[in-house]
Design a protein around this ligand. Structure first.
Ligand SMILES: Nc1ncnc2c1ncn2[C@@H]1O[C@H](COP(=O)(O)OP(=O)(O)OP(=O)(O)O)[C@@H](O)[C@H]1O
Ligand SMILES: [Mg+2]
Length: 443
């Protein structure tokens, strides 16, 4: 009869096959590259400027990049994202065009958790498209992958992220910092009782505590960074349960919130969390750190059932946290957790499918103004991206008919514009980034 050893054997055989596929589809020595964007995309979709004015500027002005002519594009010039951002910055008469993206001054980055415990609901596709659309819009983005399936990590071109540099590392580091803080406070109070001790080996596993930025990697998009994940990070759920036993006063759900305040809040415009298909310690950290909760849901009845259960379980979990930690002097003021906005967005939507339209209407009645007006449509090009999820923004429109590509892009653009409008409606209410001390920790 099969036991754990049989499962181990099957996993070993599967890994051999997996590495053969991986070699064919994504050689480890190969790094993912972001494509260039054509002058047509730049003027019509990205910068939204007059095409003639654009080409005159590119030709005449010294501080404007020229781009490159690519084969098969009949003289059209193509630009990297860095070059597009250079054009944004160096364009003189900015009054006429809004080339730089708007954001309230002095506010910290806006954080968005894309979450639902239904597997395959479209969380990673939504998070990836929002991240790419925001970067093309000129924003600086940090993506945090809370899912050991590492879908968005791989999609951003990161491979072989060490487990201690994932959200597991962030959570373990937080336990160490918080425990040290609590022990020091006890000592200063004159408490002579035994110190709270840390789980054995945890400090050695995490490494340099002075460098919270060490969890953040650059990606193939010049203005998107990521906290990546990997399959081994799956044990974070077991580990966090053990850490809670070691230090019962530790507010485990606020670890990522504290990490972002220390390391990242003043460096980015948007911080986007891709959550795993489960409510656990990772999802709770993502949701607690988020200003906006985005819940993607597929258009089927069973997906509707799952979304309902997700809301109910999340409500219970956040309610329990609010009750248990209300008197904690560090996090109590942030409880109960308030979101600036919640949005439910239908994904893989087909406008000609009557069932999908009926689901859209039903969800609209249930969720009211939480329901996103623009569903994300099913897009064959995204569906068929294969082993590594790719966004429509990364795909070269020359690989399909221009109309197919534009139709797909229109749907993701509309969803992104709605997301951005939601963000703009709440950003002003956020606190300013906290000042940092020389040790790199929040004051
Ligand atoms: N709008 C879309 N059009 C076509 N295919 C899509 C779309 N959104 C998602 N998909 C496809 O559906 C599958 C599941 O999507 P995705 O990985 O985004 O879901 P998920 O909720 O992140 O899944 P998991 O729960 O496993 O993390 C993927 O293969 C993706 O390519
Ligand atoms: Mg996913």
């Amino acid at each position: 009869m099969p036991d754990h050893r049989s499962l181990g054997g099957a996993a070993q055989r599967s890994r051999r096959f997996q590495s053969a596929i991986r070699k064919e589809t994504f050689a480890p020595e190969e790094t993912k590259q972001l494509r260039r964007f054509s002058a047509w995309e730049a003027t019509e979709l990205i910068l939204r400027v007059n095409a003639k004015t654009f080409s005159n500027k590119i030709r005449a002005e010294n501080d404007m990049p020229d781009g490159e002519v690519e084969g098969g594009s009949s003289g059209m010039r193509w630009f990297t994202l860095e070059e597009l951002n250079q054009i944004r910055n160096n364009w003189k008469e900015r009054g006429k065009y809004k080339l730089r993206p708007s954001r309230p001054t002095g506010k910290r980055a806006l954080r968005v958790a894309v979450a639902n415990f239904k597997g395959g609901a479209g969380k990673s596709a939504t998070a990836l498209h929002f991240a790419h659309a925001a970067a093309l819009d000129g924003y600086r983005v940090l993506v945090v992958d809370f899912d050991p399936q590492a879908t968005i990590t791989h999609a951003m071109g990161l491979v072989d992220v060490p487990e201690e540099r994932t959200v597991w590392g962030v959570i373990a580091q937080d336990l160490i910092l918080e425990t040290k803080r609590m022990n020091l406070e006890r000592k200063l109070r004159g408490d002579t009782g035994p110190e709270i001790s840390l789980p054995v080996g945890i400090e050695g596993a995490i490494g340099d505590l002075e460098a919270p930025d060490g969890f953040i990697s650059q990606t193939c998009w010049p203005t998107i960074d990521a906290v990546g994940s990997c399959a081994n990070a799956a044990f974070v759920e077991f580990a966090t349960a053990e850490y809670r036993m070691a230090n019962r006063a530790w507010s485990f759900f606020a670890a990522v919130d504290r990490f972002l305040a220390r390391a990242a809040d003043d460096k980015y415009d948007f911080i986007i969390f891709d959550c795993p298909p489960a409510i656990g310690y990772q999802s709770l950290n993502a949701v607690f750190a988020a200003d906006i909760l985005y819940v993607p849901t597929g258009p089927g009845y069973w997906e509707y059932d799952s979304t309902t259960s997700f809301m109910s379980q999340l409500s219970e979990a956040l309610g329990e946290i609010a009750e248990s930690y209300a008197h904690d002097k560090k996090v109590g003021s942030q409880l109960p957790k308030n979101f600036e906005a919640v949005k439910v967005v239908l994904t893989r939507f087909e406008p000609a499918n009557e069932l999908h339209v009926a689901m859209q209407e039903a969800l609209g009645k249930v969720f009211g103004d939480w329901m996103a007006e623009h569903p994300i449509e099913l897009t064959r090009a995204v569906e068929q991206t294969g082993r590594f999820l790719r966004s429509i923004y990364e795909m070269d429109y020359r690989l399909m008919t221009r109309e197919t590509w534009k139709r797909a892009r229109r749907s993701f653009d509309a969803a992104y514009c709605e997301f951005k409008a939601t963000a703009m409606g709440v950003w002003d209410k956020l606190p300013e980034p906290r000042a940092r001390t020389t040790e790199g920790t929040a004051a």
